[in-house]
Design a protein around this ligand. Structure first.
Ligand code: 5RP
Length: 234
């Protein structure tokens, strides 16, 4: 599967131009992209990156990709990021790596977003991958109930919520922004726009992992090649 991710990452390099400010996504596929971008930088390409997580910033530093603080950029030309699920309208579930708030801030501020995934991430309907929702720690139990309610009312098949824990069992995972992640086992999200809208009304919700209308290009990596899929929106 790494080969498929790598092929997607390599194909994304074709969209990078000299002088660009790039949003650098998070996760293993985005890191493969950053590694190859580093090789191009070593070869003379001039770009600067806005990282979407501390892990991505560390990866960029290791690979010699120059970084710039998000508060010092006036424009982000292109963001390259991975995803956990992609539906036929290029609506995404993101946040498997717990970076969804910063990823969405950067994607929303970008002129263009390209998603790089392996072919397992393509789905007919979103929801099998648990939908991550980034929440404020204050009142998390109440917020989780409100999330469950919103998911039920927007037609999700399930909606059971689980507070994401650190892998070493030391307590709830804390995001780079100091928040918690509630993972929602929706199974099926029949109306992502409606679900997004209802989640956005909950005060404790910082951001949810549904990325809607943010990307027009998805690059799908397979074992021996990559396919560039484009969606034209009116
Ligand atoms: C991190 C993300 C990642 O893009 C997503 O989890 C995909 O990760 P990977 O490329 O490792 O499969 O949303 O918050």
């Amino acid at each position: 599967m790494t080969r498929a991710k790598e092929n997607a990452a390599l194909a994304a390099l074709d969209f990078v131009e000299d002088g660009m400010t790039l949003g650098l996504g998070s996760g293993s596929t985005a890191e493969l992209f950053i590694e190859h971008l580093g090789e191009r930088v070593a070869g003379g390409l001039k770009v600067q990156g806005v990282p979407t997580s501390e892990a991505t910033a560390a990866c960029a530093r290791e690979n010699g990709v120059p970084l710039i603080d998000i508060d010092r950029v006036s424009k982000i030309h292109l963001t390259i990021d991975g995803a956990d699920e992609v539906d036929p309208m290029f609506t995404l579930i993101k946040g498997g790596g717990a970076c969804l708030l910063r990823e969405k801030i950067v994607a929303f501020a970008s002129e263009r977003m390209i998603v790089i995934v392996d072919d397992r991430k393509l789905v007919e309907q979103l929801g099998k991958f648990p939908l991550p929702v980034e929440v404020d720690p204050f009142g998390v139990a109440l917020t989780a109930e409100q999330i469950y309610d919103a998911l039920q009312r927007s037609g999700c098949k399930n909606g059971q919520t689980v507070l994401r824990q650190n892998a070493d069992g030391t307590g709830p995972l804390i995001t780079d922004g100091g928040h918690y992640i509630v993972d929602c086992k929706c199974e099926i999200i029949p109306a992502p726009g409606e679900t997004a809208h209802m989640l956005e009304r909950i005060p404790g919700v910082m951001e949810h992992g549904l990325f809607i209308d943010l990307s027009g290009i998805v690059i799908v990596g397979e074992e021996d090649h990559a396919r560039v899929m484009e969606l034209k929106r009116e």
